[in-house]
Design a protein around this ligand. Structure first.
Ligand SMILES: CC(C)(COP(=O)(O)OP(=O)(O)OC[C@H]1O[C@@H](n2cnc3c(N)ncnc32)[C@H](O)[C@@H]1OP(=O)(O)O)[C@@H](O)C(=O)NCCC(=O)NCCS
Length: 155
């Protein structure tokens, strides 16, 4: 079978001008979308980074990832791709970019939490090599759900 070709695009740090696009992706992607102020805090936070995936032709943002680096550990706090651009490899591209960054910065581990019912995201992380590392019972509300924890060791 022929391997899927990732969507062409570029990945770069977000700017305040990107917030409207990021918010519209967030609203269509999450049962409890983050407020604008959360994104503003992540944009200016010393430890946080927002990366956006943009198409080569049009500047419109197709996906984003938000993470925090604390010493030698990175935590992914959010990742989303706009609905009409899903299953084109954009989330994998964002994770690959983050993994390369993490290796360069001597990070030892990337970790994240995901709703147990979010089977698409769980498959994404497993395909990428994340290993299941535990459960936080009843961690999420609206709807109530457990958090599954995943980690990726970086050599
Ligand atoms: C989860 C999400 C970020 C994936 O983005 P994406 O760009 O569509 O993912 P990719 O195209 O890179 O998928 C890579 C692999 O992950 C798995 N995967 C991704 N979405 C999937 C889905 N809905 N169902 C099953 N497997 C899925 C597949 O193995 C896929 O490879 P394949 O297409 O060759 O089968 C996207 O569906 C999304 O934004 N969801 C809403 C927000 C969200 O749930 N974020 C995660 C919070 S922890």
């Amino acid at each position: 079978m022929q391997k899927k070709i990732s969507a062409p695009g570029k990945i770069e740090p977000a700017t305040p001008d990107d917030l409207d696009h990021i918010l519209s992706i967030e609203k269509e992607s999450s049962p409890n979308p983050w407020k604008r102020s959360y994104f503003e805090d992540e944009l200016t936070g010393r430890l946080s980074t927002i990366l956006v995936f943009k198409g080569l032709e049009e500047e419109r943002i197709k996906g984003f990832i938000i993470f925090r680096k604390i010493d030698d550990i990175v935590e992914i706090n959010n990742i989303a791709v706009c609905i009409r651009e899903r299953r084109k490899g954009i989330a994998e591209s964002l994770l690959s970019f983050l993994k390369t960054f993490a290796a360069r910065e001597s990070v030892t581990e990337i970790f994240l939490e995901v709703r147990s019912q979010n089977s698409g995201a769980v498959k994404l992380y497993e395909k990428f090599g994340f290993k299941f590392s535990g459960i936080r019972k009843g961690y999420y509300n609206n709807p109530k759900d457990d958090a599954w924890m995943f980690r990726l060791d970086i050599n």
